[in-house]
Design a protein around this ligand. Sequence first.
Ligand SMILES: NC(=O)c1ccc[n+]([C@@H]2O[C@H](COP(=O)([O-])OP(=O)(O)OC[C@H]3O[C@@H](n4cnc5c(N)ncnc54)[C@H](O)[C@@H]3O)[C@@H](O)[C@H]2O)c1
Length: 317
Amino acid sequence: MSLHPWQKRKIAIVGAGSVGATFAFALAQKGDFEEIVIVDNNQTLSEAQVLDLAQGFCFMPTTKMRAGSIEDYADADIIVITAGAKQKPNESRLNLLKRNQRIMYNISSDIKKQNPKGIILVVSNPVDILTKIVLEQTGLPANRVLGSGTVLDSARLRYYLADRMNVDIHNVHAYILGEHGDSEFTAWSIASIGCIDIDQYNLSEKLTELEKAQITKKVQRSAYTIIEAKGSTYFAIAMALVNIVGAIIKDKKSLLTVSRLITGEHGLDNVCLSLPCVVSKNGAQLMPNIHLSELETQQLAKSAKVLKQQYEQLNES
Ligand SMILES: NC(=O)c1ccc[n+]([C@@H]2O[C@H](COP(=O)([O-])OP(=O)(O)OC[C@H]3O[C@@H](n4cnc5c(N)ncnc54)[C@H](O)[C@@H]3O)[C@@H](O)[C@H]2O)c1
């Protein structure tokens, strides 16, 4: 993606539901894009979301926003996919996955037809599997199709760690890796507070192994806890997305745990999952020289296995 200084920055958000609309709301306030287009197959909904947001424009940086169509994919710098089906009562996870697979097929085919120049960011769940599907269906290079992965989970981890360690969250550097889901894990071996290894920080109040396990569990359970109480999660993911698209459009080279295709790193192949990546105008490049502990390497392999099994199950039945 190369942007001339006078060229307007345009983003297309696919899906005008809770995540898509909250993301549009947070993004508009940031002012990073001159044009925000929301595409949903429920046109009435996308128009209503845009009208509701646009009526607050006098309080935000100048932005154009409209309900758009698939033609908007052609010149968007970034296409963010938040479209998805909701689980029906008594519906199996696999059936929901199949419905979301079909939605990704349709959106990917629309994107492909428009010959997009931009980068695709998948948010819909299960994000790692759907990122792989969109990558395969669009035929775009791997660095240009990324998933939000564990960026949200790593933010949740930082929230709990900042609270426990009684330190500014911006000084907590810690990452959740692997699947965005039940097999995700904390890479404790690369966690630090500022420049200090987390195990060496404030030794009188050192984190115990039990506390580490409890914090990871709380991160893994966050979505379940929130969904049980209010139906869906959207605020923190919206802010995580603002961060990811900001890294792309401003070519920040931010270190983020987005999901992308792995081809040989850490002994893994042909699976999309989260590892630390450099996110820039070139999309997501895997960060070289990330040394994980033996346990973390095993946890990563387990995550990859879970994802491969899910993907195979989807394509078998
Ligand atoms: N990756 C993450 O960290 C994360 C976090 C939160 C939510 N999510 C996921 O984001 C997705 C959206 O969540 P939500 O709460 O906004 O759901 P929602 O039901 O409120 O919105 C989904 C929207 O997608 C639209 N849609 C369906 N098929 C479409 C298509 N083919 N083209 C265009 N639009 C289409 C629907 O009309 C609906 O408006 C879900 O899959 C959810 O699990 C991911």
